[in-house]
Write a protein that binds this ligand. Structure first.
Ligand SMILES: [Fe+2]
Ligand SMILES: [Fe+2]
Length: 250
């Protein structure tokens, strides 16, 4: 795996650099007075020998804090330890994190995508076989990825808490019904009234399910879990989503 991580922890940054023979450095000609200049990690023997000048870790972290930076880095690459790192704006990092790691937003994004597809399909007629085919294939794969993510990450965690167990069990059942309908729709001729009717049932089922997730379920999660647990859940959902998206394109 070659996932990148972000930290502001000096110890982690220093350990990461030292493990790879990296040294704190600044870009020559960018500093003045007490300011060492633009920060970099230098790996002697690789690039940057000409353009970088070595500084102390104290100088490095002093500037790091003043500029409110964060350290984006990679642990490993396919060939072994990764030397990839980047200094980024920590405020932007917090914003980014807030947007993508919030489990509620992340799930709602998927729901919105699905709602859009349901709406589009709903407007097609029995004559629009090709459009139905394409949109339905799209819907199928979106729902597949989304339900996998919920069933592997979200629901198991909800089942561990008394307050959220029942609603998670119910959701699993609802997924089962939706999957069954999807399978039936998949093998039904899209030019038939039967398909249209079945699709309407699917749409209603999904809408009801989403309403319950975004309403009662989210509320219960907010009550039953601590902020840290919710953050962690968001990170795990985001990671799983990334993994599923990757496997979808292969
Ligand atoms: Fe769900
Ligand atoms: Fe959902």
């Amino acid at each position: 795996m070659s996932d990148t991580k972000v930290t502001t922890d000096h110890k982690i940054i220093k350990a990461w650099a030292e493990e790879r023979g990296g040294k704190p450095a600044a870009v020559k000609g960018t500093g003045s007075g007490n300011d060492p200049g633009v920060l970099r990690i230098d790996f002697p023997g690789y690039s940057g020998e000409e353009s970088l000048t070595e500084i102390s870790w104290d100088q490095f972290f002093d500037k790091f804090e003043k500029e409110r930076l964060a350290f984006l880095y990679q642990e490993e690459t396919e060939g072994g330890l990764s030397r990839f790192s980047k200094l980024i704006d920590n405020d932007k990092n917090a914003e980014m994190k807030g947007a993508t790691m919030n489990p509620f937003e992340l799930l709602k994004e998927d729901h919105k995508k699905v709602a859009g597809l349901l709406g589009q399909i709903n407007e097609t007629t029995e004559r629009a076989e090709k459009t139905r085919d394409e949109l339905f294939a799209n819907l199928y794969s979106e729902l597949d990825a989304h339900s996998k993510m919920e069933e592997e990450i979200l629901y198991p965690q909800l089942k561990q808490e008394e307050e959220t167990r029942e609603i998670a069990n119910e959701a699993v059942e609802e997924h089962r019904v939706v999957k069954q309908l999807l399978k039936e729709l998949d093998v039904t001729q899209k030019t038939t009234e039967q398909w249209t009717v079945k699709f309407t049932v699917l749409k209603e089922n999904i809408e009801h399910h989403v309403e319950e997730e975004e309403g009662e379920m989210f509320q219960k999660i907010r009550k039953a879990f601590s902020k840290d647990q919710i953050d962690e859940l968001g990170e795990r959902l985001a990671a799983s989503k990334q993994r599923l998206a990757k496997s979808k394109t292969v």
